[in-house]
Design a binder for this molecule. Structure first.
Ligand SMILES: Cc1cc2nc3c(=O)[nH]c(=O)nc-3n(C[C@H](O)[C@H](O)[C@H](O)COP(=O)(O)OP(=O)(O)OC[C@H]3O[C@@H](n4cnc5c(N)ncnc54)[C@H](O)[C@@H]3O)c2cc1C
Length: 308
């Protein structure tokens, strides 16, 4: 748990739905350091896609099962618990803020934030008691109640404190890559709100999940004082207590320096990135699709380089 020794909740964030929107949201909240669980089971749009050919980074497309495995491996690598259970209710907890999510399998977890990322069904949100979440629409000629995609604002915030919606999000749910981007955006808004709660003024509330090469820390930017100056410029006139502001500034600068990667670390991460990719896809599957000519070429080149 990120903030206190005695956790008030089981998780900081419950994400309901581990499709592109929810998995992406989980990666961002978890990488920031919020304890995140992604529940994923139930009606899904992604498996209805025959082959995903327009998700950037896969030149000849990717099959949906592989993409699903990659998304979940990524969420886990970022620190999320990914649990294949269906959430059947989200309600307010006993404390003033926070939520209790219950799954069909009988698990109950408490959390400070809930990110809704299940496209098709919102009925599990009924216990929160806000009828404005739902609207009637026509489905194959029959009236049907559904979650109103206009209930959240453009950034996924809702009238219920701590409740965010990454999906359904109208047109942004219609393509996988846009849904993933929207999940990331909503998570960043949640993180900005979380940081405001901690006292960060608006100018420095947004979090940038960036990793920076050494070059970004050259010249004046090698000095913590330059980063402190930048922080104060971004904050501008704000009435945060000086002592608290100094504390937040130091945390901010610490975090910035933690993003610094030396050349060897960049190389190590590049190698590990490819290794993980092959592990998730399955090395046998990778070898299966390499044609004989390429293997012979590779074996020839590697023997030549070994024996001169
Ligand atoms: C026929 C068809 C073909 C498509 N083809 C393409 C295409 O070629 N390219 C493209 O970019 N997009 C395509 N799409 C759209 C794409 O599938 C969506 O844009 C994308 O899946 C939306 O992501 P999402 O995370 O919002 O929702 P989903 O993919 O639906 O993910 C939601 C997840 O939540 C889970 N879930 C649901 N209810 C609960 C619950 N109560 N508790 C816990 N988990 C729950 C589901 O199991 C699911 O994994 C297609 C859609 C359809 C219907």
């Amino acid at each position: 748990m990120s903030s206190t020794d005695e956790p008030a909740t089981d998780y900081d964030v419950v994400v309901v739905g581990g499709g592109p929107a929810g998995s992406s949201a989980g990666v961002f909240t978890s990488r920031y350091g919020l304890d995140t669980v992604v529940f994923d089971r139930g009606n899904a749009a992604l498996p209805r896609c025959a082959h995903l050919e327009n998700y950037l980074g896969f030149p000849a497309g990717v099959d949906v099962d592989t993409f699903h495995d990659l998304m979940h491996a990524h969420a886990e690598e970022a620190g999320c618990d990914v649990v294949p259970e269906m959430v059947v209710s989200v309600d307010r907890g006993e404390q003033e803020s926070g939520f209790v999510a219950a799954t069909q399998e009988g698990r109950r977890v408490t959390a400070t934030y809930v990110v809704v990322a299940a496209w098709y069904d919102g009925s599990y949100l009924r216990p929160l008691g806000d009828d404005a979440m739902f609207e009637m629409h026509e489905h194959h000629g029959e009236p049907e109640e559904r979650f109103d995609p206009d209930y959240p604002d453009e950034d996924g915030r809702t009238p219920i404190d701590g409740l965010y919606v990454a999906s359904p999000a109208g047109a942004r749910s219609a393509q996988a890559i846009v849904a993933a981007g929207n999940g990331a955006h909503v998570a960043r808004c949640l993180l900005a709100d979380h940081r405001r709660e901690q006292g960060y003024p608006d100018g420095v509330a947004p979090h940038y999940d960036w990793l920076r090469p050494d070059a970004e820390f050259s010249g004046e930017w090698a000095e913590r004082d330059r980063w402190r100056e930048w922080f104060h410029n971004e904050v501008g006139e704000d009435d945060v207590d000086d002592e608290r502001l100094a504390e937040l500034r130091e945390t901010y600068v610490d975090r910035a320096f933690e993003t610094r990667l030396g050349e060897s670390e960049v190389e190590a991460r590049a190698e590990r990135g490819l290794q993980r990719l092959v592990e998730v896809i399955g090395s046998e599957r990778v070898l299966d699709v390499i044609d004989d000519e390429t293997i012979h070429e590779y074996v020839g080149t590697s023997l030549e380089s070994r024996h001169g």
